[in-house]
Write a protein that binds this ligand. Structure first.
Ligand code: NAD
Length: 262
């Protein structure tokens, strides 16, 4: 299936985890992609070259820091300049910090709100005029089950993820008549570096062992008792990006094994 052949996609935070898997899946469907994110430049180059070699598309890398509005605007403008179009924006970059509210570090609050919420505003703000002019566009934000329900010790993350749903819904109403859609995917737990880091943090905050956190905290929330897989997220993102997804707009789509049904 090369249903996105010739389309151009930007995936923020795509040097690792979910973002890298989604960039790979979009490229697999024929889209040219711009990778973004932090990390070791040799590893990033290997990931970029691997996508090009596997899928026969163009893959570029832009190192915009998602805390910096001017760099985010440049990421979107550069993608449009390189490919002459911008069809798909995936707002995926995200970070986490786990702490009781009374000790929550102020700099961690600011960082999480900047990367998990405000960066999506800047990217969408820059992308919407390009998509409106094209008469087609797909904005997909990777929110979280934590956009729909809360957990203790994650005040900044839960606030940012709930915020991103408000942003998604508001933009969806503005772009609806322009062939553009704006949706949020709300994954449950996926075993990425972000979650592996949380296991240790949660153990400290709750006074539990790491094994107890895996069993009694993380997978306790997920009725399937297993992590969500990358290919399951990719299937939903590819659907939203396709023509078949044209009437799904302003939606928050859980893919969480039933967590938020409880
Ligand atoms: P990850 O840590 O594997 O990847 C995060 C990506 O964001 C990396 O590419 C990193 O370089 C990038 N990033 C971080 N700070 C950045 C910055 N300042 N500028 C640019 N890029 C930056 O994490 P992940 O688990 O793949 O998470 C991806 C998204 O999915 C996040 O928004 C996260 O909240 C969301 N999510 C994850 C899970 C899960 O269980 N892993 C569940 C629900 C939602």
């Amino acid at each position: 299936m090369r249903s996105l052949k010739g389309h151009a996609a930007v995936v923020t935070g795509s040097t690792s985890g979910i973002g890298l898997a989604l960039a790979d899946a979009l490229a697999g469907a024929g889209a040219n992609v711009v990778l973004n994110g932090l990390g070791d430049l040799t590893a990033i180059e290997a990931a970029r070259a691997g996508i090009e070699a596997r899928h026969g598309v163009q893959a570029l890398y832009h190192g915009a820091d998602m805390r910096n509005p001017a760099e985010i605007a440049d990421l979107i403008a550069s993608a449009h300049q390189a490919f002459g179009r911008l069809d798909i924006l995936v707002n995926n970059a995200g970070v986490q910090h786990v702490s009781p509210i009374e000790d929550f570090p102020i700099d961690q609050w600011d960082k999480i709100i900047a990367i998990n919420l405000t960066s999506a505003f800047h990217a969408i703000r820059a992308a919407v005029p390009l998509m409106k002019a094209q008469g087609r566009g797909r904005i997909i934000t990777i929110a979280s089950a934590h956009a729909l329900v809360a957990s203790p010790f994650k005040a900044a993350y839960v606030a940012a993820k709930h915020g991103v749903l408000g942003l998604t819904k508001s933009v969806a109403l503005e772009v609806a008549t322009f062939g553009v859609t704006c949706n949020a995917i709300c994954p449950g737990y996926v075993k990425t570096p972000l979650v592996e880091g949380q296991i240790a943090d949660q153990a400290k905050a709750r006074g539990m062992t790491e094994d107890q956190v895996m069993r009694d905290v993380i997978l306790a929330a997920q009725p399937t008792k297993r992590f969500v897989e990358y290919n399951e997220l990719a299937g939903l993102a590819l659907y939203l990006a396709s023509d078949a997804g044209a009437s799904v707009n302003g939606a928050a789509l859980p893919i969480d094994g039933g967590w938020t049904a409880a």
